[in-house]
Design a protein around this ligand. Sequence first.
Ligand code: HEC
Length: 256
Amino acid sequence: MKKQILTLAVVAVAGFGAFVAPVNAAGTAVELPKRDWSFDGALGTYDRNQLQRGFQVYKEVCAACHGLDRVFYRNLTALGYNEEQIKTIASEYSVVDGPDDEGEMFDRPARPSDRFVGPYPNIQAARSVNNGAYPPDLSLIAKSRAGGADYIAALLTGYEQAPADVEVMAGMHWNKYFNGHQIAMAAPLTDGQVSYADETPTTVDQMAQDVAAFLTWAAEPHMEVRKRMGVKVLIFLSIFAFIMYRVKRKIWRDVH
Ligand code: HEC
């Protein structure tokens, strides 16, 4: 019986390990380069300029294939855009609305209250133009992949020549950090692909870092509030503990 429990425990631990560690086809863990993020640590915050740059990369590059369905245009106020700017950004997209008085659906420019308009009408349409692969919605990708922002930045900069002894399948690309290494997404970034208003040089590495920060914000827009609340709670708890300690001392003062 004891032996069975022990075996079960070992299997459970091994299974959990396999689940949390990103592994490649050979079964060895991929070491992700750890980058510095403004939002690291208990007091970290988002860098608004970086988020705006990352949004630009998403809009001009990634949005051709990836949706951002859980984000509304109005949420962009958090990046420092004003209402007019957001109206302009939204109006560049077109959404299907209706039915009108004649029962017809119609297209209209998106409004700040709309969700980000995705690139494809449905999953089948997405697969048919991407060699059968589905470009996932990026709203929660930073939360759903181990390594979060580090993983996204690594993936975007991880395209390499495949090792000589490996045959890359048709329509696939070799990426050092992708699980199994063969990914249907071609390297989406090239140096100088976008031009930033703040004149930050647009190297692949810089754009990868910026868009990874933007996608982290998209997945966790309330991170700063959460962290601030955590600090307040800790301060409250330490004061409370101190008061309770004094109260206890007072109540038990005469008991020897
Ligand atoms: C030409 C279309 C295209 C563009 C442009 C594109 N992607 Fe992709 N992307 C894909 C496809 C297709 C997949 C699915 C790959 C697979 O499963 O093999 C994918 C997968 C991904 C994944 C998921 C990887 C995983 O771990 O499953 C991430 C993250 C991603 N893309 C980020 C981006 C970012 C960020 C950009 C913009 C810089 C971008 N993509 C631009 C087509 C594209």
